[in-house]
Write a protein that binds this ligand. Structure first.
Ligand code: LLP
Length: 428
């Protein structure tokens, strides 16, 4: 029986077949082969507009930095640049790709950790805004150059995130400076004749509740007030980081942007006025929120294997292609692209071609009866999907395709065998 089910945008069920942003995924798999990442330009732009509108609702001076690490394909960087985004980067490589994609220096922020001296030199020469992650980094930067603007990443001692690996503040975190040390850092920067300042935090990733932001921003603003009073500096911007979650599991709820506007942005405006902090830009750095549900991963079933205890579906994407389920135990919804209306009948582990038992995209997943040749769509694959993929087991990386106004464009060629050996040299 084929029935039509309501799927969320840009997914569509057309008589049992999956369409993504108006394009048949079966045709995409035939044209470009699998595994294949498919990105919807429209969904990225819609996501940008939705979160930007919430940000600007209760405060006028805002900036949205796209966290490039979520998906650093040049096409994605350019889409967000044309949308008006600034760019959050963590390596000289991301700065390089940002500049190449049209972000000007004044629109690029660098928030690194364990930064080398030669990297600091590249960043100072590139004249991007540097967020300092340690006293050591500030001391070494000031020996290389006195930048026009300095920002310090604060550990507000409150973290949150979907997995312990993704909590980036709090007592166990390697990131940022604690309050007392931060005050010292600003004083040192001021003595070195730095003239402009910002302040930053990023508490974690995959946060679905507004509450952790409320608590952490409260702490950040109280630290900013102390710095303003004790060191005597003004802040041009206050950056509260990224981390806004998206629903992956069926029971997950959406991040409540209206609640964010009312419980974070509005009190932010009131507090900066109360603390005499002027009118700093309120900056956010979303990665996942902008690109996660704007992309799916297509993978074909090559093996159906039944053991006395389990049923396995073998597909052509493993943790070399999408590492999140293996690395964080993350749940990704999976649709059988050619059997959308078909009822779930079986329970499968969806496993890849990597020779490790942790190589599973899903475990104990209820699905329709699967046959070899079926096409699976792994949803919410756009954030930390391709960008965390590898050549492990000597498998060339997947291709990426962009859907723009109903047409597909290859935005990253599928790697070939010669990509595996490109940088290697024989020892003799
Ligand atoms: N800003 C900074 C300084 C960050 O370190 C990050 C992410 C972001 C912004 C963006 O966070 P988002 O809005 O995307 O949550 N690989 C993990 C996520 C690691 C995030 C690391 N930092 C995952 O796949 O869930």
């Amino acid at each position: 029986m084929v029935k039509t089910k309501k799927l969320r945008e840009p997914l569509e069920d057309r008589k049992g077949s999956l369409f993504f942003d108006g394009v048949s995924v079966k045709e995409l798999a035939q044209k470009y082969d699998t595994p294949l990442y498919v990105v919807s330009e429209k969904r990225i732009r819609d996501n940008y507009n939705r979160i930007y509108d919430a940000l600007i609702r209760n405060y006028k001076y805002v900036r949205l930095y796209y966290a490039a690490k979520a998906n650093s394909n040049l096409a994605v960087l350019k889409i967000l640049q044309s949308q008006g985004a600034y760019l959050d980067t963590v390596s000289p490589g991301e700065v390089f790709m940002g500049l190449l994609s049209g972000y000007t220096q004044d629109r690029i922020m660098f928030t690194g950790t364990s930064v080398r001296n030669d990297e600091l030199k590249v960043l100072a020469d590139a004249n991007v805004t540097i967020n300092i992650d340690s006293q050591s980094e500030l001391d070494r930067l000031l020996k290389i150059a006195v930048p026009p603007i300095v920002s310090v990443r604060i550990n507000p001692e409150i973290g949150a995130g979907h997995h312990s690996h993704c909590i980036t503040a709090g007592p166990d975190s390697k990131f940022g400076l604690w309050a007392e040390e931060a005050i010292q850092a600003y004083a040192i920067a001021k003595r070195a004749r730095v003239e402009r300042f910002g302040i930053h935090m990023h508490i974690g990733s995959g946060i679905l509740e507004v509450e952790p932001y409320v608590l952490a921003i409260d702490k950040l603003l109280s630290i900013a007030k102390r710095i303003h009073e004790e060191v005597g500096i003004e802040f041009e911007f206050i950056d509260i980081g990224g981390g806004f979650g998206v629903p992956y599991k069926p029971e997950d709820k959406e991040f409540d942007l209206l609640e964010f506007a009312n419980k974070v942005v509005a009190p932010f405006k009131a507090k900066v006025a109360e603390y005499g902090l002027g009118k700093p830009f309120l900056c956010i750095e979303p990665g996942r929120y902008l690109v996660c549900d704007a992309s799916i991963l297509l993978t074909e079933v090559n093996t159906v294997k039944v053991t006395p205890s389990k049923k396995f579906i073998g597909v052509d994407a493993g943790f070399n292609t999408l590492v999140r389920p293996t690395m964080y135990g993350s749940y990704h919804p999976i649709l059988v692209a050619n059997k959308l209306g078909v009822a779930n009948k079986e329970t499968y582990d969806v496993v890849g071609p990597i020779c490790e038992s942790g190589d599973a995209l899903a475990k104990d997943r209820e699905m329709p009866a699967i046959e070899e040749g079926d096409l699976l769509a792994v949803l919410n694959a756009g954030a930390y999907g391709f960008s965390m993929s590898s050549q492990y087991n000597s498998r060339p990386r997947a291709a990426e395709v962009l859907i723009r106004q109903g047409k597909s464009f290859l935005i990253r060629e599928r790697e070939q065998l010669n990509n595996l050996t490109a940088n290697q040299r024989a020892a003799d």
